[in-house]
Design a protein around this ligand. Structure first.
Ligand code: NAD
Ligand code: AHE
Ligand code: ZN
Ligand code: ZN
Length: 374
């Protein structure tokens, strides 16, 4: 039987800076190469708040935000072969087509097959599957997980072990994979290395886990909110530093603590001043700084070029360099095998309808991750 349009509850972002509003949305059936997914749970990432704030140059409204979800395939469009009804999946904001120049390069996870339409809040055919009373609502990051039902291209779904609890592994759809992957894939931290992590939210704490797994010798965790320090230490941080407790700039404090600087630093906040600090706390000659945080429209990074002339390296990473379809299922297996925990990250669980509270908790510094369920 051909799938038809379904009614779905969703939290809609009508305009930048306004709270999300609960709506009943029409979700059209999946077209060729597309899949409709029933979302079971979704994390709330700082990037959702960033886009809602109006700072995202690609922000487009009205839209259904959310990109850290887990769900079950409800129906498939023509020609879909890699997933079937009932499969458990994690939506991917970084798809993996396997055939574009980027996928074939072996150098990056940034598949570009559908990047242009995705950035405009549209499906690859240039239209949207969401509407209210016939008025189109835009997709977000190709995922839109703040909706009971969403439609994604087949190449934007990682099929995972159905034994994995979706209320937990949804966090692998963004935050945890990003932090762990940044350490393992982008920086390639080695045993004994000294690491500094700036910002101890979901991303930074996952970078701490990644550094601990890589057997880093020293893991310096930095945040202005000291309530994050206990968990950072539990996950492997050897030192916790609050920049507000020091007279000197934080990069000087870290250089002094580490006999000249760290081997690797990770900026997990999205603050361009802190990105400079993260670069400048790296060791002369070889230290590398990885930018993970997302900064607002018009903001730029700066440093003295001498910092790079003298051997420091500035890099960035999206989704931890992880190729979603071929590599994410293994992160789920590693979680199931007990290699790392996700419970520690889930400080709050709320129904979808309370998504605005999840943003409040994030802005107040009270949550690591809120998981919304349906
Ligand atoms: P979060 O809000 O949960 O955590 C941010 C942390 O930074 C908080 O603990 C906060 O206290 C701390 N902080 C704020 N200002 C600080 C400062 N001046 N010095 C030190 N610490 C400071 O956010 P999150 O969900 O962990 O996301 C972090 C950043 O990573 C955001 O910018 C988000 O958009 C970005 N992000 C990027 C990717 C990617 O693929 N590159 C993926 C996910 C998230
Ligand atoms: N749209 C923003 C950039 C936002 C951004 O950098 N997004 C990250 C993922 S953040 C997940 O929480 C990303 O994947 N970037 C690569 C890409 O292709 O979007 C802007 O500045 O325009
Ligand atoms: Zn995210
Ligand atoms: Zn591709």
């Amino acid at each position: 039987m051909q799938p038809t349009s379904v009614k779905s509850k969703a939290m809609v972002a009508w305009a930048a800076g306004e709270p999300l509003k609960l709506e009943t949305v029409d979700v059209a059936p999946p077209k060729a190469g597309e899949v409709r997914v029933k979302i079971v749970a979704t994390g709330v990432c700082h990037t959702d708040a960033f886009t809602l704030s109006g700072d995202d140059p690609e922000g487009i409204f009205p839209a259904i935000l959310g990109h850290e979800g887990g769900g079950i395939v409800e129906s498939v469009g023509e020609g879909v072969t890699s997933v079937t009804v009932g499969d458990h999946v994690i939506p991917l904001y970084t798809p993996e087509c396997g055939e574009c120049k980027f996928c074939k390069s072996g150098k990056t996870n940034l598949c570009q097959k559908i990047r242009e339409t995705q950035g405009k809040g549209l499906m690859p055919d240039g239209t949207t599957r969401f509407s209210i009373d016939g008025k189109p609502i835009f997709h977000y990051m190709g995922c839109s997980t703040f909706s009971e039902y969403t439609v994604l291209p087949e190449i934007s779904l990682a099929k995972i072990n159905p034994q994995a609890p979706l209320e937990q592994v949804c966090l692998l759809g963004c935050g945890v994979t990003t932090g762990m992957g940044a350490v393992a894939n982008t920086a390639k931290v080695q045993p004994g290395d000294t690491v500094a992590v700036f910002g101890l939210g979901g991303i930074g704490l996952s970078a701490v886990i990644g550094a601990q797994m890589a057997k880093a010798g020293r893991i310096i965790a930095i945040d202005i909110n000291e309530s994050k320090f206990d968990l950072a230490k539990k996950l492997g941080a050897t030192d916790c530093v609050n920049p507000k407790n020091h007279q000197k700039p934080i990069q000087e404090v870290i250089v002094d603590m580490t006999d000249g600087g760290v081997d690797f630093s990770f900026e997990c906040v999205g603050n361009v001043g802190l990105m400079r600090s993260a670069l400048e706390c790296c060791h002369k000659g070889w230290g590398e700084s990885v930018i993970i945080g997302v900064a607002g429209a018009g903001q730029e990074i700066s440093t003295r070029p001498f910092q790079l002339v003298t051997g420091r390296v500035w890099r960035g990473t999206a989704f931890g360099g992880v190729k979603g379809r071929s590599e994410l299922p293994d992160y789920v297996e590693r979680y199931l095998a007990g290699e790392f925990a996700l419970d520690d990250f889930i400080t709050h669980q709320l129904p979808l309808e309370q998504a605005n509270e999840a943003f409040d908790l994030m802005h107040q510094g009270k949550s690591i991750r809120t998981v919304l369920s349906f």
